[in-house]
Design a protein around this ligand. Structure first.
Ligand code: MSP
Length: 641
């Protein structure tokens, strides 16, 4: 269903712990989605907040020697203040201790009670205080709560129950007739598997003799509401159930994001509660996996809790947002490590995107006085080498992936395009074109295409890296505040105005040099030294006789009847053919555009009937052959000394 509105919620987080990486991820996904849907011209609403009632909170407050009220105020503020620092633009922050929420909980309880779906009964069962719920024997693992790994305590008490069992068949039908009600599939299957067993009724009260920190039942003053029955209702109370304007506008489009830990309350309790209360059920439950650290769950005892703010301070906000979205496949677990974050910053951000951006702008400055060059549309199309087509394909792959919550795939599509543009620079070699005044129009076309391509990239990265997107826009001569990031028609290379002045490039993402990255390269050097002994000394004079040059591969093709050889056409400032024994290590189509190093004054030799005019250099480690290249593109023919 396409609609004008997009309503997304995060879980409301318990205030018994400080915000960590897991909370940050879910909330960032919600923000990324809202930004994306705004690019599709939707009106979006992002709800987050804190879950403040229940045993757990009372115990945490006691441990801190504070009253529950003072304690929840303090921790709730930590969450509320964190989100703007992560550039999360939420529309509302709900707290379950607010009167507006309490009023809705009372109203819905009364409604379900009046309809006859709540009854009073004595119950004896095994209660886990950590989960704040009863467990049946078969749910326990070795007699222990699967989450807390503690033995639940037997408790006997009279309580109120919600007739959840009455809605079991309806829920099964609903899930089956709405294939993406719970997604991805694996979680839908998990809920359906659970529903194969008879559903028990849900205990929804706690006697005040045991717990006072909760919402009093409207029909019995001696009980407070079970914390989950209270908390789930935040999704409707915050938008003004039953008749508020926001509720009427956004609720029909509601989607939730949760991690797999709270699948059951959201996949089973919540839809049956809604059904019993006569409220239309939500559209989608989107479930993601867990971030683990060093292969284990984050926990205070393991001292491996990752604090988002510390990472942002060290590596920057956009890099942090990018890493989380790129690294986790939504639905599956992912591992967090600082070294993986650094690797992504250095390769994807500093190297691929950062270099493309700075090279392109540097060329616009060097060759066109920092202006968007004027182009002849025919030459431009000719020089496009299907870059615009690739841009359009990228936009379509990206939107498909974003619609499917496959954020990693959406970013992979963008990076494919970025790398295609980096290759485009190598293949068109603007520095060669610049030497020839007759090629001025071609050069203008190349730079213009690159600037247009960057403009597309700046849009596509906006939901994940809004700060970087704005910086890029500014350097492409667009006022980011005036630009409504818009997906409509994106991909067409007609967005930049000729002659607009472009501010000089800045480093979008500086490389991160950590002790580890330095140690890693040192290790590699040592390993290489260990491989083969160094040859006997030569003097400088002998060394200087060797003429090493940088060359750009113009063409690479197989040599008939020679399995190991490739015939390379190189630009060494002048064209040359070289036969290289790299056919089993590099597919020819990967070589065009690459820069390599050639021993240029080697005596030419005939190999398989072809005159080879030089030798390209490679690192050879046993069977591994890795071509030597330059750290950033240089003019073909540049000498290496
Ligand atoms: N208060 C309940 C939710 C009530 S919603 C009506 C609760 N709170 S919580 O503080 O424990 O938050 C759980 C949620 O935090 C997870 O569902 C997930 O969104 C996020 N995460 C917490 N730890 C996480 C990871 N290690 N990895 C990924 N997300 C995690 O449950």
């Amino acid at each position: 269903m396409t609609s004008k509105y997009f309503y997304i919620t995060t879980p409301i987080y318990y205030v018994n712990a400080r915000p960590h990486l897991g909370h940050a991820y879910t909330t960032l996904v919600a923000d990324v989605l809202c930004r994306y849907h705004r690019m599709k011209q939707k009106e979006t609403f992002l709800l987050t907040g804190t879950d403040e009632h229940g045993d757990k909170v009372v115990r945490a407050a006691k441990a801190e020697k504070e009253t529950p009220r003072a304690y929840v105020d303090k921790i709730s503020a930590l969450f509320r203040d964190l989100w703007p620092k992560l550039n999360v633009e939420y529309n509302d922050f709900i707290r379950t201790t607010e009167p507006r929420h309490i009023a809705v909980v009372e109203q819905v309880l009364q409604r379900i009670y009046d309809a006859g779906d709540i009854y009073f009964s004595e119950y004896e069962g095994l209660y886990c205080f950590g989960c704040e719920r009863f467990y049946s024997e078969h749910e326990l693992i070795d007699g222990k709560c699967p989450d807390h790994e503690t033995v639940p305590e037997p408790i006997k008490e009279s309580n109120y129950f919600f007739k959840m069992s009455r809605y079991q068949n309806w829920l099964i039908d609903h899930i089956q007739s709405h294939p993406d009600f719970i997604r991805p599939q694996r979680y839908r299957n998990e809920v359906l598997a659970f529903l194969k067993e008879p559903l028990e009724d849900l205990c929804i009260s706690r006697p005040k003799t045991r717990l006072q920190w909760g919402i009093t039942l409207p029909f019995d003053n001696n009980f407070v509401t079970y914390v989950w029955f209270d908390a789930l209702l935040n999704y409707v109370s915050a938008v003004g159930y039953p008749a508020g304007e926001r509720f009427l506008k956004f609720w029909p489009h509601a989607q939730h994001i949760v991690a797999k830990d709270i699948l059951k309350p959201h996949g089973i309790y919540w839809p049956t509660m809604l059904k019993a209360a006569g409220i239309p059920v939500y559209q989608h439950l989107n479930v993601h996996g867990y971030w683990n650290v060093d292969h284990s769950k984050m926990s205070k005892t393991l001292k491996n809790v990752i604090e988002p703010l510390a990472l942002i301070e060290k590596y920057g906000l956009d890099a942090f947002r990018y890493f989380l979205m790129r690294e986790m496949v939504f639905g599956l677990d992912a591992g967090f490590s600082e070294s993986a974050l650094v690797a992504r910053i250095n390769s994807d951000l500093a190297n691929d995107l950062g270099n493309l951006f700075s090279r392109t702008l540097a060329m616009a400055h060097k060759y066109f006085k920092g202006q968007v060059p004027q182009t002849d549309s025919e030459i431009r199309e000719e020089m496009e080498l299907s870059l615009e087509k690739k841009a359009r394909e990228t936009v379509s792959e990206y939107t498909d992936a974003m619609d499917a919550f496959a954020f990693h795939k959406a970013l992979m599509a963008v990076w494919d395009f970025i790398n295609q543009m980096n290759k485009y620079i190598d293949v068109t070699a603007p520095w060669m074109l610049a030497k020839d005044p007759a090629q001025r129009d071609t050069l203008a076309a190349v730079i213009s295409n690159l600037l247009e391509g960057l403009h597309v990239v700046s849009h596509l990265i906006y939901p994940v890296m809004p700060g970087c997107a704005r910086t890029m826009q500014r350097h492409l001569g667009i006022d980011p505040d005036a630009c409504s990031f818009d997906l409509h028609g994106l991909g067409a290379f007609d967005r930049l105005r000729d002659g607009v002045h472009l501010p000089k490039a800045v480093a979008l993402f500086p490389r991160v040099d950590t002790v580890e990255t330095q140690a890693e390269s040192a290790d590699k050097v040592h390993a290489a030294e260990a491989v083969s002994p160094v040859k006997p000394e030569i003097d400088m004079e002998t060394f200087r006789k060797l003429d090493l040059r940088v060359a750009t591969v113009l063409k690479a093709e197989p040599l008939p009847r020679a399995k190991k050889l490739l015939l390379l056409t190189l630009d060494v400032g002048e064209p040359r053919t070289v036969v290289a024994g790299i056919a089993q290590h590099y597919p020819p189509e990967e070589l065009a555009g690459k820069q390599v190093v050639v021993a240029a004054n080697l005596k030419p030799a005939k190999i398989m009937g072809v005159l080879s005019q030089g030798m390209i250099l490679a690192a050879v480690d046993g069977k591994d052959v890795v071509l030597l290249t330059v750290e950033k593109p240089v003019k073909p023919g540049t000498s290496v000394s």
